[in-house]
Design a protein around this ligand. Structure first.
Ligand code: FAD
Length: 430
């Protein structure tokens, strides 16, 4: 029986992740070099890369590491933009800055899997490639462009025939072809977040759970971040709150559209059927804008996106629509139960590119990964650490940009789910 709640424990990953490290609540009046607000991939990667270089860094997480999108996502590690191709990026940003951003994105999956290996993070990691099949034949034009653009940028991107795509997905539905990026893969997302927290602590960072930042003020030449239990004074602060950004810094929340997304996981699938679905254990995200994504976990469950138009009555709708979708894509699955349904907030930017901001002297923010944040948020944390350590602007990616407040944000953000209807219409139109 599917359950739907914002309660973190309804999330499948909370049942199968390695236990959380000890992250005591912040207590008292403290000093640090850097205070990081938010304990997802962005904040934990920033803390890890700073602590490694001897910086005294404290992470304040309102709940527990991985409570936000980092502990709830599909786990697909994708070293590619959701919308753009590398040649578009070079056209818009120029050859030098564009190719630096492309290299940053292309290297982001290796960064994730490298950290997992280096710190022995237990998170079901598989760097066996990421698949994007076309959901309609008309989408092959875009796929060919994407694949050839990444290949020209020196990446192991391979075009797949219809037959190869059906074999790799185990689905007759994906008969038009697709492409594979060999540097992609998948992870158990909460296990990865908890492992990053453990690694950051091992490098000397202090990570505090149940420590929501309540205010940020300038006090005696430093930034004071208050929590219910005390405060930290530091020269530098990093906002790493992404789709969970509140009102701490004026207007930061209004720079991204928080998009509520749902996920569903089946009951464990029998061995003989599981072997026919994604038989080489790939993760896939297809070409829909209202994305269909599938991957298996170690427990042989299939985890997929679910996109009800409205959250009201979502539980029942997801149960029915997910079962129907699974039978359409993987008819061999039969009548499988949906065991877990959960939700999380993604931060979208209109241009579908991540943003690094320098909000004031010593104040940084990294956000807006538009659904590609496992690899990009990890890379962003490292970029912020580099910048805090004094790397020149032109050496890092993405380039810091001024905050762009979205007009009518308070109206647009709640209506963003309605876009799902438009996306679905577009997805089926051609
Ligand atoms: C359902 C779902 C599926 C997804 N699937 C994929 C996928 O397959 N592949 C992919 O690459 N990306 C995926 N994403 C996106 C990816 O998960 C995010 O881009 C990434 O996790 C962002 O990491 P983050 O650290 O920036 O933010 P989050 O992980 O959202 O972390 C922000 C943290 O800030 C904390 N916080 C907020 N306010 C405060 C405060 N005042 N004080 C202290 N702490 C605070 C929150 O509690 C939260 O833990 C998915 C997202 C969702 C929701």
């Amino acid at each position: 029986m599917a359950r739907l709640t914002e309660n973190f424990s309804e999330n499948l990953w909370s049942h199968t992740a390695e236990p959380a490290p000890d992250t005591p609540q912040l207590k008292g009046a403290l000093r640090a070099d850097v205070t990081v607000i938010g304990g997802g991939y962005t904040g934990l990667s920033a803390a890890l890369h700073l602590a490694k270089r001897g910086v005294d860094v404290r992470v304040l997480e309102a709940e527990q590491p991985g409570f936000g999108a980092s502990g709830r996502n599909n786990g697909q590690v994708i070293p590619a933009y959701s919308r753009h191709n590398p040649d578009d990026i070079e056209r818009v940003f120029g050859k030098e800055a564009g190719s630096r951003l492309n290299d940053w994105v292309a290297g982001s999956a290796d960064l994730v899997f490298g950290l997992i290996k280096l710190y022995n993070i237990q998170c079901e990691a598989a760097q066996n490639g990421w698949l994007q099949p076309a959901h309609r034949s008309s989408r092959m034009t875009g796929i060919r462009k994407k694949q050839s653009s990444w290949e020209a940028a020196g990446q192991p991107a391979r075009l797949l025939t219809g037959q190869e795509t059906m074999e790799l997905t185990g689905s007759p539905f994906y008969c038009h072809g697709g492409w594979i990026h060999e540097r992609g893969g998948h992870i158990q997302p909460l296990g990865y977040a908890r492992g990053l927290a453990r690694a950051a602590v091992a490098e000397g960072a202090k990570v505090h759970g149940s420590s929501a930042a309540l205010s940020v003020d300038r006090v005696e030449g430093r930034w004071r971040v208050r929590t219910a239990g005390g405060y930290v004074d530091s020269d530098t602060i990093v906002f790493a709150t992404n789709g969970y950004t509140g009102a701490l810094w004026p207007k930061l929340r209004q720079t991204v559209v928080p998009f509520r997304t749902f996920h569903a996981a089946t009951a464990p699938i029998s061995d003989n059927i599981s072997q026919t679905i994604l038989p080489e254990n790939h993760g896939l995200s297809d070409t829909r804008q209202a994305l269909w994504a599938f991957r298996k976990d170690l427990g042989k469950r299939l985890i997929t996106t679910a996109a009800p138009l409205l959250p009201m009555g979502a539980r029942e709708k997801i149960n029915t629509t997910t079962k129907a979708r699974l039978r359409e894509v993987f008819p061999q699955i039969g009548d499988i139960e949906i065991d877990h349904v959960w939700e999380g907030w993604i931060a979208m930017t209109p241009e579908r590119l991540p943003r690094l901001h320098e909000l004031a002297g010593g104040v940084f923010a990294g956000m807006g990964y538009s659904g590609r944040g496992i690899a990009m948020a990890t890379a962003m944390g490292k970029s912020i650490a580099d910048r805090v350590m004094g790397a020149p602007v032109h050496d890092i990616a993405p380039l810091p940009v001024p905050m762009k407040v979205l007009p009518m944000h308070d109206v647009i953000a709640p209506l963003s789910r309605a876009m799902i209807g438009i996306y679905r219409w577009k997805d089926e139109r051609d």
